[in-house]
Write a protein that binds this ligand. Sequence first.
Ligand SMILES: Nc1nc2c(ncn2[C@@H]2O[C@H](COP(=O)(O)OP(=O)(O)OP(=O)(O)O)[C@@H](O)[C@H]2O)c(=O)[nH]1
Length: 295
Amino acid sequence: MDNNATDKKKSSNQENQKAKMRLDEKISSVAFGRLTKIDADKNVPRIRVCVLGLAAVGKTAVVVRYLTNRFIGEYCSGKDLLYKKTIKIDGFPSQIEIADTSNDSADFSFPTVHVSWADACIVVYSIGNSSSFEAAATMLEKIQSLKMPFYLPVLLLANQKDLEHLRQVRVEDGQALAVQNNCHFAELSAAEDVEGVELTMTALFREVRTLKSQRTAVRQKKPSLMHVTKLFSSLIGRSSGSSFSEADGEKPKLKSSSTASSLHTSDESESKANTPTEKEVKSNKGIKKRPSFSL
Ligand SMILES: Nc1nc2c(ncn2[C@@H]2O[C@H](COP(=O)(O)OP(=O)(O)OP(=O)(O)O)[C@@H](O)[C@H]2O)c(=O)[nH]1
């Protein structure tokens, strides 16, 4: 290659790089512009999604299509981005956070941190690129092993459906991979399928929101240690004469009582003082009967 051609290539690369940076800035500001407003409302549930897949399968194109309704034909990101937006699902607001991971095929590394952070994942491959499908299969396995034993909603997304003439991955293969990994499947085109992107993403967000509210409800129903302590206190303590000290969340202390004699207490003298004498034991004095109760 002569010097002229090398210079031309260099300057075109620089131009591409500048264009990408401008777009990055534009999208970031679109996404982060509403941040202050969103963060102010702590009552809005948060849904965190990680998008992953091999380079150039259209991860950013799908996300940007969903968030802005636009298709960015020339966009090609070289860095991870975090998008935030408040959307309404079935009339209720949710704060969506989407981590769009970037992949340089020469240096692929699984985004463990992003996946651990996420409430759901979208694994994207291109129907025109069988390597991206194989990579998606590996990523699904890794997601499962990272999140086990918990269930994580995952969407396997076959993108670039409009490029039918370049198809390398059959729809059935995508479906089979999704079944194998217990995840959702959709085949669409970020370039042409505006409604498909909207419906598919919303369905995933809806599932996450439902799961999160169910988990919160379960957590609220679960009795805390303090509740259990209080329950036993009221069942055993009151009737047997022993009671737990419930001073502002302190470790429960066993107050002096006749039944305390059989338990190890830190205060030996107190324990001894309350230990019934041999005489009392024989005559059954000083020992109160443990009340019978049923839970
Ligand atoms: N025809 C067609 N092109 C698409 C579609 N989705 C994305 N592209 C194009 O594919 C190229 C790569 O898209 P990106 O969204 O940058 O891909 P990416 O997966 O985010 O790439 P990295 O950020 O490098 O990991 C861009 O030129 C897009 O315009 C689609 O559905 N159809």
